[in-house]
Design a protein around this ligand. Sequence first.
Ligand code: S3P
Length: 436
Amino acid sequence: MVTVPRQQFVVRPGGSLSGRIRVPGDKSISHRSIMLGSIAEGTTRITGFLEGEDSLATLKAFRAMGVQIEGPDNGEVVVHGVGMHGLSAPDDSLDLGNSGTSMRLLSGLLAGQAFDVELVGDDSLTGRPMRRVTEPLMQMNARIETTEQGTAPLRIHGGQSLTGFDYDMPVASAQVKSCVLLAGLYASGQTCVHEPAPTRDHTERMLAGMGYPLERQDARACLHGGGRLQATGIDVPADISSAAFFLVGASIAPGSELLLEHVGINPTRTGVLGILQRMGADIEILDRREVGGEPVADLRVRSAPLHGIEIPEALVPLAIDEFPAIFVAAACASGRTVLTGAKELRVKESDRIQVMADGLQTLGIQAQPTLDGMVIEGGPMGGGRIDSHGDHRIAMSFAMAALRAADIITIDDCANVGTSFPGFVELATGTGLELE
Ligand code: S3P
């Protein structure tokens, strides 16, 4: 298991953000590029790959299963695909660190292999719910053991004949949807997933881009097992989830103007834009284009007075990773912001409702956690010491909060920022954040 050194951010209050930056590559697309590239036929060349610990955990897992992968070198990775049945048993457990996406998607992809494998992770990942993937997989005839609590380690027994089925997902989760579809590649007959609300569709887009027949209608995606994937080039756009910290930082800090280049604006990911714009943010979407089947644009953000809103529940799955940053925006807005329908936030890398409410209260903000969301009254923010609970997005959100705080904000346990955003400190200080 990886032991992560403790790291602290100390952020001086005030200032503004300016400049032109490209945040690192999209985490979701980076994971999938390695997974699908590995089981494709031919050579997949990836550019813009996220060299963060999470996507590197996926890369290492496939290397351990015999896939030859070159790089990453400045975001470039070359995956020599082994075909649908070319993976081999790893010598050891696969350690997926902090990465829920690796564990949930791999459990589906590995359920249909000929060999046994064990998936392990760090303390945070080991506490996260895995029955949401093991239950549907077992309905497909997979054999997987979890702890009694339904958590990792996951022991996946190979050599099972998976059968396709029709799955009505109880939670709007792209990880669960992707897991079932990846298992469906190895199942007999048809596998369909129905989602209660739209969730990110990178798996479906990439499967289609690699020539795998897939039917999509409204909230359902279906595929037949037994097909093949053809290698292709993949250009990973900048991650809108990483851009979100800068969208919020520049919105709340008077005098800011930032241009965020080449950001993925897949409509299943742009909830943060909709929410911030409803709050009065000044964000322009420039030079829309399509790169490798994913929409991309440059985003110009200027500071603007924000006001509180009731966040539409339909936007919740489309902004699911951005709420820590959105809560900071709400704390700096005039009036009340109400979030409901977001219980999922309690089972992310930390309980993001409780941890954010505690941190905002430390800074003097009235933030009332509820079962499935939060009520925040915008107001003046002081400084203080925040525990990020090892959650990368909590740490980066409170770093941005300092732009509007009256005093220094110290954030503990920040090493995991490297899971999704290597180089955050350099990029943030380069635009004007006073972070040590
Ligand atoms: C992800 C899906 C989301 C998100 C996670 C990445 C993915 O999880 O929170 O960071 O790549 O599929 P859920 O789909 O479980 O909400």
